[in-house]
Design a protein around this ligand. Structure first.
Ligand code: ATP
Ligand code: MG
Length: 229
């Protein structure tokens, strides 16, 4: 495995609202190498989703620096930050992040086109194949509001993985699924060379990842890590 750093966080802190309120995250240092499989656990409200949003450049840190593929996100213009995300990061957020007026198929196609995946025809085919792999091909023409929670979650995973990004950030991506669908979706999430940060309350799933972090008292702690080559 290459040891090239995909993501580096240096002393990252995040405070929401007024500066005198206590930080959600404090002095987080984190390096993600290519292909690494990481789980992130912690109590509800501990800052897991906040950390994913900071890595994705969807939130700005109050202090500290976030580098993605060697780019300091703070010094990148918004447009370049969005482009970096579109091409290199797949995000399956905890809350609905599908575009409400596009069908499932169109949501996935749009992510592919923004990520410069290929021709219109390639994007269409790739979107169809990804939805099929996730067991929601039969819902490809549905608008998000007509999907069940679990179906919408699978379409959101399709949006994240279809383009074959360098990094997938998955926030409770299989939480609403029954065991067999969850296993199918996890298999797809793991079926690629990308690095993965998996936020989950499922202990077994978290423990299946070679590198395990937890957040407690605003700090990130390494619970266990496979020896890096
Ligand atoms: N936009 C926001 N404005 C103000 N406070 C926020 C905002 N987003 C999150 N918070 C607060 O920051 C803290 C961390 O939230 P976050 O969503 O990162 O937690 P989490 O670990 O993902 O929790 P869960 O397991 O419930 O998803 C919580 O106390 C939350 O209320
Ligand atoms: Mg969360």
């Amino acid at each position: 495995m290459s040891t090239e750093n995909l993501v580096e966080l240096h002393e990252v802190s995040k405070t929401y609202g007024r500066p005198d309120t206590p930080p959600v995250l404090e002095k987080i240092d984190l390096t993600i190498h290519r292909g690494e499989r990481i789980s992130l656990v912690g109590p509800s409200g501990s800052g897991k989703s906040t950390l994913l949003s900071l890595i994705a450049g969807l939130l700005r840190p109050t202090h500290g620096r976030v580098h993605v593929l060697g780019h300091d996100l703070e010094s990148l213009p918004d447009r370049d930050r969005a482009r970096l995300r579109a091409r290199h990061i797949g995000i399956a957020l905890q809350s609905e992040n599908l575009i409400p007026f596009l069908s499932a198929q169109e949501n996935v196609e749009l992510a592919l086109r923004l990520g410069h995946f290929g021709s219109r025809r390639d994007c269409r085919r790739r979107a169809r194949d990804t939805l099929a792999a996730l067991g929601v091909a039969h819902r490809s023409h549905n608008l998000p509001r007509t999907l069940s929670g679990g179906e919408a979650q699978r379409v959101a995973v399709a949006v994240a993985i279809a383009k074959g990004p360098d990094l997938i950030l998955a926030d409770e991506a299989v939480a609403q699924l029954d065991q067999s669908n969850a296993a199918q979706v996890m298999a797809e999430i793991l079926d690629g060379p990308w690095a993965l940060v998996l936020v989950t309350h499922d202990r077994e799933l978290a423990e299946a990842m070679p590198i395990r972090y937890s957040i407690h008292d605003h700090r990130l702690a390494l619970a266990s890590a496979a020896v890096r080559q």
